[in-house]
Design a protein around this ligand. Structure first.
Ligand code: HEC
Length: 271
């Protein structure tokens, strides 16, 4: 199949990047490389697995997500769902981001145990495969490729989540008295080689939500926004949030709200 040949090539190119990335022009080089890679992002492999998982009858209840899971656009519909979350789901009486909603469907509709999913929700550097939930998220996200972020901020409950996320981003605590905004609250901040997006600006917020789920070349792993948030809590020297928690949804709502109206390009690719 042509697609897999393209991807195999992309993967080979990928491995040689990190060494070169140490140079001064790494950022510019990487941006160019990423633009070239976008058409054959290895994320596609995970999307394909996710699509199979979405359609397969699974779990103790032996039902598929395609025939049971409503991401806000009707049962089984994935097109455009990603860019319209976080949203309020009456059946769960909660505002949920995409990953949290898929986890909810897996537990409520398919009968999986939350504790089993939460045991290892992210791909580790030595894992050959990403967890099912990561593949599912990548598939659902890819079905919003080239659509504009359109989180329903006019909904009071979503607005609440957004405002709570905004307050969380400004909340300073921990041994260094850091908040998210210490690192992400102004333009032009950097740590080591990395430009830190200003999440309060439309451009910075877009970068924050565009990147994840994303294929990370370091380690060759597919990671979600939930992972990104956990890793930043760690950078902030805060205790990591519980998997698929409301706190993470609130932060994602804050970023997605700020990114609203801009085009989502599909699963990201990161260094
Ligand atoms: C100590 C500094 C620090 C703090 C505090 C911090 N982050 Fe980060 N954040 C980083 C670094 C470093 C990266 C990686 C940047 C890269 O890979 O280019 C990052 C990346 C991100 C990204 C992905 C950006 C991208 O380009 O893909 C998001 C979104 C994000 N952080 C959100 C948050 C949120 C929300 C908080 C608060 C809970 C937070 N961060 C707290 C340092 C921090």
């Amino acid at each position: 199949m042509k697609r897999s040949i393209v991807m195999a090539t992309a993967l080979t190119v990928t491995w040689s990047l990190p060494a070169a990335a140490q140079t001064k022009d790494a950022n510019a080089e990487f941006e160019k490389f990423r633009a070239e890679m976008e058409e054959s992002n290895p994320a596609e492999l995970f999307e394909l697995k996710g699509e199979e998982l979405w359609k397969a009858k699974r779990g103790p209840k032996n039902v598929s997500l395609a025939e049971s899971c409503d991401l806000g656009q009707g049962i089984g519909k994935v097109e455009g769902a990603w860019v319209k979350m976080p949203r309020y789901f009456a059946d769960a009486d909660a505002v949920m981001d995409g990953e949290r909603r898929i986890v909810w469907c897996m537990t409520e509709k398919q009968g999986f145990k939350f504790a089993d999913i939460a045991k290892k929700p992210f791909q580790g550097a030595n894992d050959n495969n990403a967890p099912d939930i990561t593949n599912l998220v990548t598939y659902v996200a890819s079905a919003s490729k080239n659509m504009k972020f359109d989180m329903p901020l006019h909904d009071d409950k979503v607005r609440d989540a957004y405002e709570t996320g905004k307050a969380m981003a400004a909340y300073r605590a921990g041994p260094y008295d850091f908040s998210c905004n210490t690192c992400h609250g102004a333009d032009g901040k950097r740590i080591r080689m990395q430009n830190l997006p200003n999440l309060s600006s439309p451009e910075g917020a877009l970068r924050g939500v565009q990147g994840w789920p994303g294929y990370r070349m370091t380690g060759g792993v597919m990671l979600t926004s939930q992972w990104r948030m956990n890793d930043c809590f760690r950078q902030q020297r805060f205790p990591e949030p519980k998997y698929a928690s409301q706190a993470v949804t609130n932060l994602i709502a804050y970023m997605t709200g700020n990114a609203n109206g801009q085009m989502y390009k599909g699963p990201g690719i990161k260094r």
